[in-house]
Each structure stands twice: as structure tokens, then as C-alpha cells.
Design a protein around this ligand. Sequence first.
Ligand code: HPA
Length: 307
Amino acid sequence: MSAKKSSKTNVPKTALPREIAVPTPSNKSQDGEFERAGKAADFIFSQTAHRPKIALVLGSGLGAFADEFAGATKIPYAKIPHFPQSTAIGHAGKLVIGKVGAIPVAGMQGRVHLYEGYSAKEVAFPIRVFARVGVKAVILTNAAGGIKREFVQGRLVVISDHINLQGVNPLTGQNDERFGLRFHDMTSAYDRRFREMAVGEGNRMGIGMFEGVYAGLLGPSYETPAEIRYLRAIGADLVGMSTVLEVITARHSGIRVLGISCVTNAAAGILDQPLNHLEVLETAERVKGQFIGLLKAVIPRIAEAIA
Ligand code: HPA
């Protein structure tokens, strides 16, 4: 009896590894992506009476467009359940829901990127939310380096196709058929009708419009001149660090896509000068008015096409 007692009191409180002594249940939600996106969508619905069918992802410098939406509700990403937070400069981190003319739209002021340390699924999560909100068309914008010689600084280019060189795909792992099929088609990822509309509206506005293939790289370093020569050789006209994962995810759920790049700089090695992020931001700022004009012209056409 006394031996038993002493053995008990002799056991130091810290003798067992913490993992065994104190089971640590995960605080993480057990919900899958579909449920998490549904919760985010429900939260958005609770904040606004608008029910947008068109969403925009506004890249570097373009976020200001959403400040023009009429009757808008602005929701910081931090308030939306499970939504990733953007850390990049020039990305405000708000979802703005309002009207462009008579058309309700949702505009993301900034996105998150793989290079910030997010996973492919996190980068694509806002598109999952748009799918749950009932969005039918998404307009993705970005800043890009021009590989094709005609794609000089300040040019707006409609993306005709992409090459995913980010090394990941947001759809790896178990497929949730409530979003879409396991092996979904990417042949016409960038909607042909939308591309014609954007080129047509741009030309009508006097912006010489071009189309090109966008190569999505991981970043955050800009490319080397040798990498740009390689990208040109494999058929890329533009290079950037975003968009491709969002497009893959949108197409998984049948959301139609328009992609437009603002060429903020000639890609590395094309001009005899180094690249810098300030130049990217300055060019995006300079072209902003034209870019916003183009979006305003295209949105009603897209709304008609998806009606
Ligand atoms: N490379 C990659 N991403 C970019 C560039 C570039 O030259 N310009 C703007 N985003």
C-alpha cells in the first residue's frame, strides 16, 4: 500500500510527453473545401442584397475600379470565413460588391499568390467561393511582362491560353464532384466569345488590342533572360505570377473566363535594363483609366452572354 502510494507520488508531472499526456485536438475546421466555400458565400450573402453573376479579380493597381461600383458593400477579406489575406503591395484585400451600370458584380481588390507562401488551393479558394455564390463568369486581370516584342509597356493583352509553370495544380487530391469533374477540359479555358468581345470593345475604344499566351510562373523573383528565351521558345507571349490556378479552378466549375494582362514591362533581357517592381506599379497606374474603360465596356456584353 505504501509502496503504491510512493510510486504514484514519485512520478514527476512532466514524465509523459505532452502529446500523450494532453491530447491536442486540432482547432482546424473539419469542413471540406465545398463547405468552407459555402460558409464564405453565405457570409457574403448576409452582407449584401446583390447577387452577382460576374466576378472580377483586380490585379496590381486595378483595385481602384471597384471603388467606382455603385451601391457597394466592401468586405475585408479578413472578415470572410476561410478567405486568404493578400500581403502584396497594390492589393487592398477587400471584396467589393456593387453595380457597374445595371449589372451587379463582385470585385476582388487584390489576390493572393503562391509566392506569398499560400498553397495552390488557398490561391484558388476565392474562385471556389464565387462558384458557391453562383458566379457564371470571371474576369481575371494581372500585370505581366511582355515576351512578344509587340507587347510593349502599357499594352493591354487579352489572354488566349496559358502555360502553367507554377509546378502545382489546385485540383490535386480528392475530387469533389459538387464542384466539377475529375479531369476537366482546358481546351477553351479562355472563352472565345469573351475574347472577341474584349478585342472588339478595345478596338472600338482605339486601344490596339492583341491576344497572347500567358505563362504563369511561381516567382517572386523575376525571370532571367535565359528563362525568357525558353518561355518564348515554348510559345509564351506574356509572363506573370498569377491567374493560371484561378483559371483552372474556374473552369472546373464551368465558370467562363476572360483574362486580360496589362504589360507593365518588357520581360527580362528584352531591353538592356533591370526589372523593378516600382516600374510595374507605375505602368499599371498609368494604364488604369484605359483598363477600367475596357472593363466597363466588356461587362455589359458578358452579362448579356451569360443571361
Ligand atoms: N515577370 C513576371 N511577373 C510579372 C512581370 C514579369 O516581367 N511583370 C509583371 N509581373
